[in-house]
Design a protein around this ligand. Structure first.
Ligand code: MG
Length: 170
């Protein structure tokens, strides 16, 4: 059985994951207005991934005989500036989510909730990957100053990203 403090914090994390999905879906729509279908595809898959994260917490809470409480999802912005500015916002958001996961780990340690700590380690690793993949895109954008043939090729490359449900990997 989950302790109340842990259950509440996990429910808040479900909201954050769903907000992330909403944010990336909005960025996907915005990318279409920039004429960047590849970036739009990358963002849409990013949104799908966030849904799987929310779902992993959702199932886990039930597994531990806890109660899922879904709260309102905040509205998201609709404009994100240049493609570089948008990816900087993605990185900032992922850093915020990493912080949030770290705080959950702190709570699990405080409560000696080793089962929750164990599932959270998956998310700790996932956040390292998330931040690295966004940083990689930002590095590429800086390399060709976010324009010309480089930008065209990056958009093409991001257009080939396919959805993989990492939560079902093990
Ligand atoms: Mg996530």
């Amino acid at each position: 059985m989950l302790k109340e403090k842990m259950e509440k914090a996990l429910n808040e994390q479900i909201n954050k994951e769903l907000y992330s999905a909403y944010l990336y879906l909005s960025m996907s729509a915005y990318s279409q207005t920039l004429g960047m279908p590849g970036v739009a595809n990358w963002m849409k898959i990013q949104a799908q991934e966030e849904l799987t994260h929310a779902n992993k917490f959702f199932d886990y809470i039930h597994e531990r005989d806890g109660k899922v409480t879904l709260s309102a999802i905040d509205a998201v912005e609709t404009k994100f500036g240049s493609v570089t500015e948008m990816f900087k916002k993605v990185l900032e958001h992922e850093q915020y989510v990493s912080e949030s996961i770290n705080k959950l780990v702190d709570i699990s340690i405080e409560l000696s909730d080793h089962a929750t700590r164990s599932i959270l380690m998956w998310f700790v690793d996932e956040q390292v990957e998330e931040e690295a993949s966004v940083q990689d895109i930002l590095d590429k954008l800086a390399m060709f100053d976010a324009k010309g043939h480089g930008l065209f090729m990056l958009d093409k490359d991001l257009g080939s990203r396919a959805f993989v449900d990492e939560t079902q990997a093990e």
